[in-house]
Ligand binder design. Structure first.
Ligand SMILES: Nc1ncnc2c1ncn2[C@@H]1O[C@H](COP(=O)(O)OP(=O)(O)OP(=O)(O)O)[C@@H](O)[C@H]1O
Ligand SMILES: O=P(O)(O)OC[C@H]1O[C@H](OP(=O)(O)OP(=O)(O)O)[C@H](O)[C@@H]1O
Ligand SMILES: [Mg+2]
Length: 285
């Protein structure tokens, strides 16, 4: 039987969360990272440990069928590769930054200037769109140091917390794109492996829905129940069960992590007591 070949980053920012996601969807791997290729136990998948930056070419060539990769890398060099799931980790943005003292007003200020970057295609497309001519200086790491050593007037690199820019006396002036880890697929994927991929996608969706939701249990007097369930969507509708104590009920429901605190405040103000909040491992709708 054919196996789906999935690439993950060998080491770096994406590795740990990628391996955790694979584990959460039931793909466990015996051998360690020193192996560049490993088979999953009890599931038709082979995992390849590769450099994030090399993965787009492997996908294009069909050497691997799917990959967990930073969206920014696909935008830079992943033409023709489809993203099938956004995975909700390694969020960052690709930004233009200049020295703090620079009185930057718009991208036009970079006309004729030198920009250091590891993302030349992304920057060039952005400059072309804005009708700006600049000289790109391609470096693979520590891009933020370039203005300080006189190598460039501006940089274009990944920003997350902003602390690397801050430490290097730079300020973010333009965001070119936002990125997160994604599941990407080779244009050469065959039918048999497509079916394995669909099983994986279904499992990933169940895990991500679980991660984005909380299970809530609370107690309330029966005369407050209608008011309380009006703010609780649940998967279908909330579960209401009688408590041993006469006149009281327990309500169970699922809340989205994004609106969690607002809903909790509202539940309290409507008379909910003993509110318990539990993580959800997986959610199959
Ligand atoms: N500071 C950050 N915060 C959040 N996500 C980040 C950050 N830096 C990078 N990323 C994301 O993680 C991906 C991998 O970054 P990392 O620095 O680990 O590898 P790399 O050096 O770009 O790649 P390679 O595996 O080819 O050596 C990036 O492409 C980006 O999507
Ligand atoms: O906004 P921040 O939270 O400071 O993160 C941004 C920094 O993180 C990444 O570098 P990384 O640490 O991955 O080092 P690298 O250049 O060796 O890849 C990126 O290239 C920035 O330098
Ligand atoms: Mg990095």
């Amino acid at each position: 039987m054919s196996k789906l070949r999935i690439a993950v980053q060998k080491s770096g920012r994406l590795n740990e969360d990628s391996m955790r996601l694979l584990k959460d969807i039931g793909i466990s791997i015996d051998n360690g990272k020193d192996q560049l290729k490993a088979s999953a136990k009890g599931f038709p998948v082979e995992v390849f440990y590769l450099r994030n930056g090399d993965i787009p070419q492997y996908l294009k060539d069909g050497v691997v069928d799917a990959a967990i990769i930073g969206e920014n890398v696909l935008i830079e060099k992943g033409e023709g590769i489809n993203i099938v799931e956004k995975l909700g980790f390694s969020s960052c943005r690709v930004c233009i930054a200049v020295p703090k003292a620079n009185g930057y007003t718009s991208i036009k200020d970079l006309e004729g200037k030198r920009i250091a970057t590891s993302y030349p295609n992304t920057v060039q497309i952005y400059l072309d769109k804005n009708g700006v001519n600049a000289n790109l200086h391609i470096i693979n790491g520590s891009v933020e140091i370039a203005p300080n050593i006189g190598l460039a007037d501006a940089i274009c690199d990944i920003v997350s917390s902003g602390s690397t820019l801050f430490k290097n006396n730079l300020k973010e002036v333009d965001t070119i794109l936002k990125s997160e880890a994604v599941l990407a697929v080779s244009p050469k994927l065959n039918k048999e492996r497509q079916a394995i991929l669909e099983t994986i996608q279904f499992r990933i969706q169940s895990v991500l829905k679980g991660r984005n939701s909380k299970y809530v249990l609370l107690n309330a007097p029966n005369d407050k129940i209608q008011d309380i369930i009006s703010v609780l969507p649940g998967m279908k509708s909330p579960t209401v069960l009688p408590l041993a104590e006469e006149g009281w009920s327990s309500v169970h429901s699922v809340i989205s992590k994004n609106e969690f605190w607002e809903v909790i405040d509202e539940l309290k103000s409507k008379g909910a007591q003993g509110i318990l909040v539990c993580p959800i491992e997986k959610m199959v709708l």
